[in-house]
Design a protein around this ligand. Structure first.
Ligand code: ADP
Ligand code: MG
Length: 255
């Protein structure tokens, strides 16, 4: 029903870069446990939107709320520990094993624990083991269970994108922000990623905000879609609704 409070509420967010309005009073809400896609042509403001949600950019005006918590002025690591985790459009993960990369995600959860484990306190060793066990579980959820101890540099591109996803999941988010998760993937890797996103949404009860160019993926995965064009929200609805919207067709066809 409509009575449930949104997982994430974006209200009237405006972002400007020296003369350019990258986001112009954009609003949308993410219903708990759903996938909300943000789509639009190149330069529409999708990545800027993610950078606001994850705290990398401060909007000139407007607000972002996680439940009743105001996120708008918080630093990225505070937003992450409150339960909003993101992946990046361009991944750079090439160092260490899958396990190493996932443990970096766990350490954000417990900085004190991390410092203590460097001193090898008994409680910290226990905590470290628990983190490792959870990281292994999460690797399994994204289909990387067998590659847990493999160097990331030896993995395929599609596997590396799922390492990036798993690292975000290691923050135990309530809201997961995925910036073009299938960019650069071949057809079979795309199908695999779609399955993984659907699985983790269900098994972890996550709310997902998805920025994606691949319309097939958006239509398969999204419950709701917000369409941006030149920083403005031009449409909102179910995938079927926005697909037939004349404004959306105009934005995509450039007529
Ligand atoms: P999308 O992800 O939808 O392709 P972006 O959010 O990356 O769009 O960009 C929206 C607009 O803002 C573009 O015109 C882009 O050039 C501009 N822009 C994005 N980031 C910056 C920045 N850090 N400095 C200046 N302009 C930027
Ligand atoms: Mg982008």
């Amino acid at each position: 029903g409509t009575a449930a409070p949104p997982a994430l509420e974006v209200r009237d967010v405006t972002v400007r870069f020296a003369g350019l309005t990258a986001l112009d009073e954009v609003s949308f809400t993410v219903t708990p446990g759903t996938v909300h896609a943000v789509i639009g042509p190149n330069g529409a403001g999708k990545s800027t939107c993610f950078n606001v949600l994850s705290g990398l950019y401060r909007p000139a005006s407007g607000s972002v709320r996680l439940g009743t918590t105001e996120l708008t002025r918080l630093a990225p690591h505070n937003i992450a520990t409150l339960g909003v985790a993101r992946t990046f459009q361009n991944i750079v993960t090439t160092q260490g094993t899958v396990a190493d990369n996932l443990m970096l995600g766990r350490h954000v959860l417990s900085r004190a624990g991390f410092a203590a484990s460097a001193l090898r306190l008994p409680g910290a060793v226990r905590e470290q083991r628990a983190h490792l066990a959870r990281a292994r579980e999460i690797a399994g959820l994204v289909g990387l269970g067998d590659l847990f101890d493999s160097p990331v540099s030896l993995l395929s591109y599609g596997d590396r994108k799922r390492v990036e996803l798993a690292r975000a999941l290691c923050l135990e988010p309530r809201v997961l922000l995925l910036d073009e998760p299938v960019a650069g993937m071949n057809a079979s890797e795309r199908v695999r990623m779609a399955e993984v996103v659907r699985d983790i949404r269900a098994s972890l009860g996550l709310s997902v905000v998805l920025v994606e160019h691949d319309m097939g993926l958006v239509m398969r995965l999204a419950d709701e879609v917000t369409v941006l064009d030149f920083g403005k929200r031009i449409a909102h609805g179910t995938p079927d609704e926005v697909r037939q919207d004349p404004e959306v067709l105009r934005a995509y066809l450039g007529t």
